[in-house]
Design a protein around this ligand. Structure first.
Ligand code: GAR
Length: 187
């Protein structure tokens, strides 16, 4: 059995989609959800889907030893970042070589880096008058959005696009491809 931990700071729509995808899977389980935001929608997803979750906050910060212990106890094989805003520490990265992945809502290496999150990304893509956008799934290393690329999917930018409209189109790609790529990585 392969166990996944999903880390997220926001709505949790990717987390929910991934959980649904693996619901009846023989050899993959979503074991744990980790968030740094006590008001995040991803907590509701965890509750609804009956998945253990950890809220990181001032009394329970992202301390390497604590989180490592949780990951070890839950026998986590793959950490899936889905809109997680905190930087993953080197200690955790070193303990999970090629086993932490992220999805970014644009075609890296463009429109990545610190602060490039959610609608900021789409706003920037439109301001730069790009013809294409899409998703990038990549391994995590010590720099924001710079780990080895695993997969990209593209969509065209339409004439009347707004950040919200573009976000919707890009999220469709996220829902379509993230679970499949996760499954492939675990094989
Ligand atoms: C997703 O669109 C993801 O690509 C993005 O945050 C959103 C989370 O939505 N991640 C980044 O921007 C990372 N730089 P969700 O909570 O509904 O899955």
């Amino acid at each position: 059995m392969k166990n996944i931990a999903i880390f997220g700071s926001g709505k949790g729509s990717n987390a929910e989609n991934i959980i649904n995808y693996f619901k009846f899977h023989d050899s993959v389980t979503i074991k744990l959800i980790v968030t740094n935001n006590k008001n995040a929608g991803i907590i509701d997803v965890a509750k609804k889907k009956k998945i253990n979750f950890i809220v990181l906050n001032k009394t329970n910060p992202l301390l390497d030893q604590n989180i490592l212990k949780e990951l070890t106890t839950n026998q986590i094989n793959l950490i899936v970042l889905a809109g997680f805003l905190l930087k993953i520490s080197t200690i955790i990265i070193n303990k999970f070589p090629n086993a932490i992945i992220n999805i970014h809502p644009a075609l890296l290496p463009k429109f990545g880096g610190k602060g490039m999150y959610g609608l900021n990304v789409h706003r920037s893509v439109l301001e730069h008058k790009e013809k294409l956008s899409g998703i990038t799934i990549h391994f995590i290393n010590n720099e924001y959005d710079k780990g080895k690329m695993i997969f990209q999917a593209k969509c065209v930018i339409l004439k009347n696009d707004t950040p919200k409209l573009l976000a919707k189109r890009v999220q469709k790609l996220e829902y379509q491809f993230y679970p499949i790529i996760i499954e492939k990585i675990l094989q």
